[in-house]
Design a protein around this ligand. Structure first.
Ligand SMILES: [Zn+2]
Length: 270
């Protein structure tokens, strides 16, 4: 397999794709054009340019919050304390965040028949907001709250988060965000369908994910084992780059996706 890992300098914000990387972009576009099924696999890196901080890294959420606020055992024991942090983390900046060009580019690729879906580890709803249709939310989502008592689902927009923890109007049970906490299993059927989608793909377009979170980190490997080509878009090399990546586009998600879309002849919605 061809490899284009790590040979180009990092691009400054707003920069265009340099000549050294141009051949990699053309190779990536050619793979997508020749594929029957291309699926995207996204992580925190695609939403950073929308103002959503990643969990990990020096500026990540875990440098400011104790990860135990998302531990399911802690949530059951101290729902009020957990919710104080959850409201601050997920129901302030998240609600104001808007999709960026990379999210819109994926939606445009799907509309043009060049993408068969997005597997995302993100819970920020930005793929939905951008107009993607086929989305497998591997870690659940923050749009919905679920009653721990009777399993009734509530759109978060209709729930008063002024008093914590929020409770169910039917049974008085505590409401929990419908995303995966530490200690919880991957939601089904999204988990199984995500792996199937990856395994059925000829091309997996990996964007903004470094392969640190299990079992999501196994999705690209599962695609690779079934013969998929891996196109990786990251600002830095990841655990995938030297292991399974075929074409490495070292760039911000927006820069890379805008250029890819140009090469695919797909218009990015204004
Ligand atoms: Zn209930």
């Amino acid at each position: 397999m061809l490899r284009r890992a790590g040979s180009s300098p990092a691009m400054p914000p707003g920069a265009h794709v340099g000549p050294k990387q141009e051949s990699s972009y053309r190779e990536a576009a050619g793979l997508i054009k020749g594929a029957c099924r291309t699926t995207a696999f996204t992580g925190a890196g695609i939403s950073v340019e929308s103002g959503i901080p990643p969990f990990r890294g020096p500026d990540g959420l875990w440098s400011r919050y104790d990860p135990q606020v998302l531990d399911i055992g802690f949530f059951h024991s101290y729902p009020g304390r957990a919710w104080m942090a959850i409201r601050e983390i997920f129901y302030s900046s998240f609600l104001a965040a808007k999709p960026n060009a990379a999210h819109y580019a994926l939606a445009a690729m799907e509309a043009a028949g060049r993408l068969h879906g997005v597997i995302t580890q993100n819970i920020d709803n930005l793929h939905y907001q951008a107009g993607s249709r086929m989305i497998w939310e591997f870690h659940g989502n923050s749009r919905t709250l679920i009653c721990l008592g009777c399993s009734k689902a509530y759109p978060v927009a209709g729930v008063d988060l002024g008093e914590l923890p929020p409770t169910c109007r039917l049974c008085g049970g505590i409401l929990k965000p419908d995303f995966v906490f530490f200690g919880e299993p991957i939601p089904e059927p999204a988990g199984t369908k995500a792996f199937l989608a990856a395994q059925m793909s000829d091309v997996l377009l990996l964007i903004g994910t470094t392969g640190e979170v299990m079992p999501a980190a196994m999705i690209p490997q599962a695609a690779k084992e079934r013969g998929a080509c891996i196109i990786e878009i990251n600002t830095q090399e990841s655990q995938y780059t030297r292991q399974i990546t075929d074409v490495f586009l070292k760039a911000k998600a927006t820069v890379a996706m805008v250029r890819l879309l140009e090469l695919l002849g797909i218009q990015l919605p204004v």
